[in-house]
Design a protein around this ligand. Structure first.
Ligand code: SDX
Length: 430
């Protein structure tokens, strides 16, 4: 990394040189590490809009050019030629696997999909209509109460076992949550099936009849999981890094990431898109709701539009937009009015000056929610599906953070705007 300097003049006239660092590609960063020590000031960047929290080799995003690369491979190429399990290996280990490595990794994931029987009993305690994200974060957090054998975060083998368990068991936990919500018996995982096929049979198989695999759905899910696998320092991944930076049990750090993802401004947006479409109702209401989204005094926003980083288009949305239209076209008219509404809303927003000026394009959540619904997955499970894809990104970033010899506990500062110092007043004198 180069070390050109950024020169600043403080209000008192002091000249300060701050080194810059240059990465493989993307903007340079200004290292402000000495700023407080030498000038007694903090930087201020609510929401970390322009703040780099770490160095990372995992994923690169260019928001202006609509670029997304995992370990240097453009997501378009991985979407066209790879599969989710291979992308998991790439994100965790940094290189595409050869055949033997891929087969061994795939076999390890397949053979760790079962849950401890005690963990399954948690589902007897949840209300039948508990939100699946609440169950996912609770049961994943409980994994730290089961796996005492791999808690040495500085042991590479323990880090591998933790990552494999998260990847392998999250689909089973997700399916158990879905079965509780649907009042159907839990379906055990099958080691003879691939990641997506196994997920589908755990979701949709019932004891009363043989399950017929929907290969189109399996392919659609595999693509969606590739596109959701990682996304640099997004809110949930930064949460995993922050929680993990204290040395906390990694299962707890992943549970924290799941909770952060749940928010409607982040991974909860795909569920919020479908709720929004239900609220809009039909195409005659589109103009009214687009006007609400543009009204500063109205909290309504078009869910599934806009992005903190992508200010032109979300490359993932471009990839799944075609598949979304194909899936809608392949339906037997089921939910046709809702899908027509979604396509019409997409067109209106893409042509509206407000959305064009503010670079508010459909993001990955706009299309993924529609595809999940078309696959028969209930709206409440949409963010769980996002979590299944993103679980590998969380693990990759946790491993990178925890194995960095220079890693520190994350502890930002603040601008204090509260009361100035004052003395206590006895209650009888207030
Ligand atoms: C994900 O970070 C990631 O990488 C996330 C993610 C990932 O893979 O991890 O990509 C996944 O979370 C995608 C985003 C899903 N969220 C939504 O679809 C929710 C709707 N979108 C908005 O909440 C918003 O666009 C954000 C949260 C996504 C981005 O917000 P920013 O970057 O903080 O931008 P902002 O809120 O400052 O908005 C800029 C302007 C504002 O107007 P002004 O104050 O400048 O006048 O655009 C407006 C906003 O009011 N605006 C919208 C809007 N999004 C932003 N107006 C109407 N509808 C919207 N959706």
């Amino acid at each position: 990394m180069s070390n050109d300097a950024f020169r600043l003049i403080s209000p008192s006239g002091n000249e300060l040189e701050l080194p810059t660092h240059t990465g493989t590609t993307g903007p340079d960063v200004v290292d402000i590490g000495r700023l407080y020590r030498e000038q007694g000031v903090f930087t201020y960047d609510p929401g970390f809009v322009a703040t780099g929290s770490c160095k990372s080799d995992i994923t690169f995003i260019d928001g202006e050019e609509g670029v997304l690369m995992y370990r240097g491979y453009p997501v378009e190429q991985l979407a066209a030629h790879s599969n989710f399990i291979e992308v998991c290996y790439l994100l965790l280990y940094g290189e595409l696997p050869n055949t033997a490595e891929l087969d061994a990794f795939d076999s390890t994931i397949r053979r760790h999909t079962m849950l401890n029987e005690g963990m399954l009993k948690f589902f007897n305690g949840f209300r039948y209509d508990a939100h699946p994200m609440a169950m996912l974060s609770a049961v994943v957090g409980s994994m730290s109460a089961y796996y005492h054998d791999t808690t040495d975060v500085h042991n590479p083998e323990h880090r591998d076992i933790f990552s494999h368990r998260i990847l392998a068991k999250l689909p089973t936990i997700a399916a158990a949550a879905y079965k509780l919500n649907s009042g159907q018996p839990f379906v055990h995982p099958r080691n003879d099936l691939g990641y997506c096929e196994n997920l589908l049979q755990m979701f949709f198989a019932v004891p009363a009849e043989p399950y017929e695999m929907d290969t189109v759905a399996a392919e659609a899910l595999d693509l969606l999981f590739i596109l959701h696998a990682d996304h640099e320092q997004n809110c949930s991944t930064s949460t995993v890094r922050m929680a993990g930076s204290s040395g906390a049990n990694p299962y707890s750090a992943i549970a924290a990431g799941i909770s952060a993802l749940w928010g409607p401004a982040h991974g909860g947006a795909n569920e919020a898109v479908l709720e929004m479409l239900k609220e809009i109702g039909d195409t005659s209401q589109i103009k009214k709701y687009v006007a609400k989204a543009k009204d500063k005094d109205d909290p309504f926003r078009l869910m599934g539009f806009g992005h903190r980083v992508y200010k032109n288009f979300d490359p993932r949305a471009t990839i799944i937009r075609d598949m979304c239209h194909k899936v809608i076209a392949s339906l037997d008219g089921r939910d046709a009015p809702m899908f027509e509404l979604a396509l019409e809303l997409e067109q209106v927003a893409l042509k509206d000056d407000y959305f064009i000026e503010k670079n508010l394009y459909p993001n990955v959540d706009f299309y993924s929610g529609i595809i999940y619904r078309a696959l028969g997955i209930p709206t409440s499970m949409f963010t769980v599906m996002f979590a299944l894809g993103r679980s590998v990104g969380w693990c990759a970033h946790w491993r990178e953070m925890i194995s960095d010899p220079h890693a520190k506990i994350s502890r930002p500062r603040q601008l204090y705007t509260g009361a100035a110092k004052r003395d206590y007043i006895a209650v009888e004198k207030r």
